[in-house]
Each structure stands twice: as structure tokens, then as C-alpha cells.
Design a protein around this ligand. Sequence first.
Ligand code: SF4
Ligand code: SF4
Length: 301
Amino acid sequence: MGVLTVGRTQLDLPLDAGAALIRYALSRGINFLDTAEYYETYPYIQAALKGGGYAPVIASKSLAHSYEKMGKAIEDCRAAFGRDAIDIFLLHEVRQAPDLENRAGAWQALIDAKAKGRVKAIGLSTHHADVAALCAGLPGLDVLFPLINFKSLGIREGENAGTKEAMAGAIRAAAAAGKGVFAMKVFGGGNLSGDYVEALDYVTGLPGIDSVMIGMGSEKDVDDAVDYFEGRLPEGYRPDVSQKTLRVDRGDCEGCGKCARHCPSRSITLDAENIAVIDPANCLTCGYCAYACPVRAIILI
Ligand code: SF4
Ligand code: SF4
């Protein structure tokens, strides 16, 4: 379960509602939670685990560049969950190969934390196929968390759009080198959730995928995922997405304006912080903006 969905950048659920949803997911057998320092969703997980009975694998990550900031992020995470060792801690969102070099201090902090037993496995998350391709040969890396979906939504390659084929190749190579791989954005930020089974079949069928992280905002989302993985979902199943709305993930938006240029109803403007804003009163939910966005910052939730 991707816990991002319940937090401030997406549904912004009250603490008790978000915690109850996570606890429901745990009760249905989901045993792997993804969070991040940036999401500010630790309190939801803390509250969900408070009643005892569950000890899920927890993956977290930090956007830190420096040794000191990554070290602090790891210590904050250990303290938040009261664990001697975090299961998985990642460099969050590595953008292009030079970013990996620029964050060498943060990477060293991860290596040192693992050596001291404070983290069990380390790695990186990325939307970039060129970064993922480096992971097979990156010493010390245990885990890759890449973006992949059957429409290549949000996949990057250097400065350009990337392809699912390039990302799938990087995943295959990482797995062959003994790295663990769990996939993100299999529904392209919700934009492919109408093609629920096709989207999951594509990613779960890729060689090298060990697990899939799915953002969940309701018990229905949990039930659908559990039914899929337990083989109960009919092949042509299509969830009702009519109540979902488009939003801009402020953490991902780079202010390029491509969405606004593709919007037929002129429903998108850039705010004072150069972040896209969608006017729901005029939006036709045509989805053109989501396909135009190079970084998958427009999500259906
Ligand atoms: S869904 Fe269509 S109408 Fe709505 S903001 Fe995006 S491009 Fe514009
Ligand atoms: S296309 Fe994506 S990154 Fe560019 S302004 Fe729109 S939401 Fe932001």
C-alpha cells in the first residue's frame, strides 16, 4: 500500500480516517507500506500500528542531498516507528544520472546506516529509465523502486520522455543482478485505473518485479487490490472512477505549462509558485493534461 494517497498532497484524510484505512489494509493481508519523509504520512502509520497485531515491512525515503540530512531522515524514521532498523530506506526521486552524483553524500549515509544495522536494505526511487539502468551495477544498492506502467506515463529518459520498454529492460537487468524491485505508478497516478486489470497484468507480468505499490484512498481500493492479487477479480473489471477528480501533485509539478497548453477548456493556470492549478468548474475530465505532463504530476484521485 502506497500511503502517499492519504496524506496532505493528495486526499489529506483526518488522522483517524487515514490510520483506519491503513489498518483495514493490514487486516486484509497487505504487509508492505511505502511512505516518505516528504509525504508527512508517518503519523498515519504510527496510529495504524498503535493497536498492535501487525508488523508490516516499511519502506521510506528522503529527498536529502547531504550526508547529514539523510542521516537525520533515517534517525527520524527509526524514532517515528520505534524500530531499531527500518526495512527499506531509499534516495527519493533520483532525477537523471548527475543527480545521483550530486547526492553522493546522502548515498554514503545510507551505506553507513546499513553497515550499522539501522536500515536493512537501501536503494533509490526514480521515474528515469536512465537512472534505473544504472542500478544493476551500483555497489551497495539492494532495492530499486521505479515508475512503470503500460502507457509509459511519466517515464523519463534524461531530459526526454522515456519508454516502458527502456524501464522494463532496466528492471530486468537490476533483478538479474540480485536487486529487489517494487514498482510504482502502475496506474499512472490514477489516470489508468479505468484499465485496472490490464494495468496490473502488465506490471506484474514483467520479469524482475517482486512487488507493486498501489496508492489506496478507500476500502474499495484495498478490496480491489486484494481481489486482484488473490485471483478473484474478473478479467474485464473496470472500477467506477466517475467520482474521482483530477489534481496536481505539487511535489512533482515542475511548472512547464504543457498541461495548460493542451487543455481544451483553458482550465489550468500556473499559480504564484509556478505550480499548475486545475479549475474543477471548467474541467471536462478529458485527461489530455495528464498525458501531456512529462512528470506525471496530474493525478486522478
Ligand atoms: S482533464 Fe481536460 S479539461 Fe480538465 S484540466 Fe485536464 S485537459 Fe483541461
Ligand atoms: S505539465 Fe505537469 S509539470 Fe508541467 S505544469 Fe503541468 S502539471 Fe506541472
